[in-house]
Design a protein around this ligand. Structure first.
Ligand SMILES: [Cu+2]
Length: 510
């Protein structure tokens, strides 16, 4: 079933209103419910899960330094929406099917409020996971202005909960950013890009079995999920009417597995101004932007003097990335911009020439170096099992950085996929990537480099919380651990990998 493109307007998620706000703190309540929503006008309404009756969830907008408390409330039905594989860690038959826990991706948060996968809770907090500590989460928002997102993180079913619709934007603003006079207000629009597949009746399709089914299991996790339809902000191939002026778009890849390599078919540049963790030092003009799951890019697109033009944002990233099939004529289309609105005011916003200092973390500051492999294994059912440093979720904690210390992690990818590796709590910087001899490493556990160190791409030169670790490469990242101690996680953000063992706890100690 192929749906027509550009027949529905791009929805812009509403801004969430707090229940309470004074000079000391802000309090929100966010309900998770099941409801029906139109994802395309040729499709029956789709049953989705969302926050506050909205998929994507409403955007939470806060000021840097604002103390925010959020009560995330599970009001979902007791029955699952999508097929569960009970052999996956933490998703066994003895735990409730419908579990949730919310993680604000990219935020620096005390561990009890970070959405630890085993801190899940059910409707009315009737049942909770072993690491559940509190009902009301606390966010100090001491990060600089940046585009974050919140999404579900429940152990063993994150891929299903996010696919069902549990994701939204969390935007931090600050004074420094305001002084830059970037496009703002209605000219500052978040774009959540996802892929899905629909059944004929409009319901969400998620596979019960991989291509080569596992006969012993009724439902089996799949090695990756690749949808045949692209949605932005919960609409299939939408269009957006724009004025002939500059806009700021906050691009987020919120797909389970699919990567995007985005371009404008007009040949125009994106002026990228921000990475995962906020503004870059200088804007860069780029023809294409690659986004792995969970990565963000803040860009300005200039529609000045393009009155009457239609511009399509396209995608040419293979799926799975980088060795899979190229996108087809459908999945190579993301959305359309129509420059049809009259200019309502003179555009005085700017693409700044400089946005602020971004000091590099010096390698000499690192007190610890960790060599961590990304591995390809096979489980007892013959399924692919991807691991971090050959360890499973339940294995003892091995990454235990000291509070305030700086570390360099070598991500040694021995698999054929690019894995977007995400660390909770901190932002890091990418040092470099370097080709190495994988076979030699597998035999002798020695890194033999076969090429020079390649600096991060221009689009990655800023604060990051998710990094693409490419096959046949060692990717090096550097970060300082803090300001909190406690239990966090690091994992691959391909949700099918994360749910099936490609996630590890780590602890920041004193
Ligand atoms: Cu992965």
């Amino acid at each position: 079933m192929i749906l027509s493109k550009f027949v529905d307007e791009l929805p812009i998620p509403p801004i969430l209103n707090p229940r309470w706000k004074d000079q000391f703190y802000t309090y929100y309540e966010v309900n998770m419910t099941e409801f029906k929503q139109s994802l395309h006008s040729e499709l029956n309404d789709t049953t989705v899960w969302g926050y506050e009756g909205s998929y994507p969830g409403p955007t939470i907008e806060v000021e840097s330094g604002e103390k925010v408390f959020i009560k995330w409330i599970n009001n979902l039905p007791d029955k699952r929406l999508l097929p569960i594989d009970y052999t996956v860690h933490g998703a066994h038959v003895d735990v409730p099917e419908v579990r949730t826990v919310v993680h604000v991706h990219g935020a620096s948060v005390e561990w009890e409020s970070d959405g630890y996968p085993d801190a899940w809770f059910t409707k009315g907090f009737k049942q909770v996971g072993p690491y559940f500590r509190k009902q009301i989460y606390r966010y100090n928002n001491h990060d600089r202005a940046c585009t974050l997102w919140y999404h579900d993180h429940a152990i063993g079913i994150t891929r299903l909960n996010v696919y069902a619709g549990l994701a939204g934007f969390y935007i931090i603003r600050d004074h420094r950013e305001r002084l830059l006079n970037l496009p703002s207000g209605k000219y500052d629009i978040p774009l959540m890009i996802q892929d899905k597949t629909f059944n004929k009746d409009g319901s969400l399709y998620y596979p019960k079995q991989p291509e080569k089914p596992i006969p012993e299991l009724e439902t089996s996790i799949v090695p990756e999920f690749i949808g045949d339809t692209i949605l932005v902000n919960g609409k299939v191939w939408p269009y957006l009417k724009v004025e002939p002026r500059k806009y700021r778009f906050r691009l987020l890849n919120a797909s389970n597995t699919r990567f995007y390599r985005l371009k404008l078919d007009s040949g125009q540049l994106f002026y990228q101004i921000g990475t995962d963790g906020g503004l870059m030092e200088y804007p860069i003009g780029v023809k294409e932007i690659t986004l792995a799951p969970a990565e963000r890019a803040d860009v300005i697109i200039d529609f000045t003097n393009l009155e009457g033009k239609n511009i399509i944002m396209t995608n040419d990233a293979p799926a799975p990335f980088p060795t899979g099939d190229p996108p087809d004529e459908n999945t190579s289309t993301v959305m359309q911009f129509r420059v049809t609105l009259p200019l309502s005011n003179i555009d005085t916003s700017v693409i700044p020439s400089y946005m602020g200092p971004l000091p590099k973390i010096k390698e000499q500051l690192a007190s610890k170096i960790r060599y961590l492999t990304l591995n390809d294994n096979v489980d007892k059912y013959g399924r692919k099992l991807m691991l971090l440093d050959n360890k499973r979720w339940d294995d003892p904690i091995t990454e235990n950085p000291k509070l305030g210390s700086t570390e360099i992690w070598y991500l040694i990818n021995l698999t054929e996929d690019t894995h977007p590796i995400h660390l909770h709590l901190i932002n890091f910087q990418i040092l470099d990537r370097r080709d190495f001899d994988v076979e030699k490493y597998k035999k002798e556990r020695i890194i033999h480099y076969t090429g020079p160190a390649i600096p991060p791409e221009p689009q990655e030169r800023g604060w990051k919380d998710t990094v693409r670790a490419n096959p046949n490469q060692v990717t090096r990242i550097i970060m300082k651990f803090g300001p909190y101690t406690g239990l966090y996680v690091w994992h691959c953000h391909i949700l099918e990998h994360e749910d099936y063992e490609m996630m590890r706890p780590y602890i920041v100690i004193r």
